[in-house]
Design a protein around this ligand. Sequence first.
Ligand code: ADP
Ligand code: MG
Length: 629
Amino acid sequence: MATGKINVSVDNIFPLIKKFLYSDHEIFLRELISNATDATLKLKHLTAIGEAKVEYGTPIIEVKIDKEGKKIHITDQGIGMTQEEVEKYINEVAFSGAEEFLNKYEDGAKDAGIIGHFGLGFYSAFMVAHKVEIITKSFKEDTQAVHWSCDGSPEFNLEPAEKEERGTEIILHIAEDSTEFLEENRISELLRKYNKFMPIPIKFGTRTETLPKPEDAKEDDPAPTQEVDNFVNNPNPAWTKQPTDLEDKDYKEFYRELYPMQFEEPLFHIHLNVDYPFNLTGILYFPKLTNDLNIQKDKIQLYQNQVFVTDNVEGIVPEFLTMLRGVIDSPDIPLNVSRSYLQADGAVKKISSYITRKVADKLNSLFKNNREDFEKKWNDIKIVIEYGMLSEEKFFEKADKFALYPTVDGAYYTFEELQEKIKANQTDKDDKLVILYASDKQSQHSYIQAAKAKNYEVLLLDSPIIGHLMQKLETSKEKISFARVDADHIDNLIKKEETQISKLSDEEKEKLKVSLEEVIDDKSYTVQLEAMDSTASPFIITEPEFMRRMKEMQQTGGGGMFGMGNMPDMYNIIVNTNHELVGEILNTKTAKKKERLINQSIDLAKLSKGLLKGEELTEFIKRSYEMVK
Ligand code: ADP
Ligand code: MG
């Protein structure tokens, strides 16, 4: 029997580990299972290269709770340790055996998927245990099994032990303040969270399996059952496989495995797979998104060698893609010691731009190979794409070729196609291409009709951030501008050379304006006389593009001009001086009748823009009944 002092660089590292290193006590299990996994994978590697002469077999890891004895056992059938190795790897805190193994077997070992890194994981056991024991036997021939134990002070015990099979058993004597970890449910939860996709099968208890009924069983005989080992993980998750070995249904199945509470199917997936200049695998899914940008509970999960790290992928994935779901696995993402936080650095930036590029390429190939399907999905993916175009210049350049602009009639154009299509008819006298759009087919119906009467194409743009995107397109492309159909009278939205002659003289116009302004006693409406086609509407209410867009942009965060969000809505009343009704109003002699005509006309204009409400609407209905009498 040997006793000795654990060799640490800091005088007493335990309080440090307990308090600061791992703020999350629950990660002890992840660390110990990671070590068991490493020990098994090392053996696999050594048998593969012929350095270990033992049968690798089908090793498993077992987690057992001994509630009575207040203990947790974690057992593996891996490489094990000799006495010298325990002294070296366990007693010398912060001397990572994993790192040493990686250095020694350089290339091959990297592929072996070893998790350990910092040489501190094992000691996280002391966060929940007042005493820890190791019983271990090396795979090497003729070695003595050893028993190490330590009660959390820097003193340890090391003695020979009885153990027949190779591998390691870790026994945690759970501390009084950590008895939650003796609950089966709690351990199940942790295994689900961290170990669901680890590469070595993990057994935790048993479960009851229903067997098929024997042929001669009677109708209401209960089906026979049997107790079988309960394995908690899928050691070969989809992202670790080759894309060529997977079918669409495999990706969908994996999605359900990742998010068991998610019943909606993903729209499509992107399989990530690089090994140079960094190593990264993963599968990203485009979920169906609603216009509500805030709801998001199922997030992208980050793994390292199949060990769950975090679902906060900020920095690794560009912000606009955090709306996606799925898995990213990369041993090259630098983490702090507790493996719970990312360390910002250049590698992370490279990963982020790789992911952006992959997503753009995938979208582009979907667009190219199956445009019809892409159009169908557009409504569900547009927010991500539009957001990406706004926030990542590189993505903008690529997405500009496949971003779609739907019309109110359900056609979909790329920007280039749209330009080609409307160039002849929608270029104004200043050589500017005016792109007309509506945000709501119902409430802007009459304006859409007016535009269509001129054979103009009207887009239907209704996502919450579209204002920002229009702003960006207007500044990055030449001579184009967007205008909502109700921003002005259609002849003013796309001004052509020909000018209409007014039927009214300047004097008559002045008189008309005064009469109108007397009746319309509301500061948010500005009267504007226009000589238009006599068949066009006599009165139209418009909402100038600039102000409205700025206000909308401010509501969806930034971009707009300061203070615009709180400005009242401003409208123009466009009066068609060439319309018969307007002439009639001008020439009506009785003041009462004139007022009634004006009120009725303005109310009709408001009605067609959905602005007639409350008392005004009641008044209007009353007046209308009187008029039809
Ligand atoms: P790391 O995993 O980062 O190397 P740990 O503190 O988790 O650091 O473990 C220290 C070392 O102890 C490991 O590198 C390994 O050599 C040894 N070790 C720990 N657990 C086991 C185990 N179950 N089987 C074999 N060796 C182990
Ligand atoms: Mg470790």
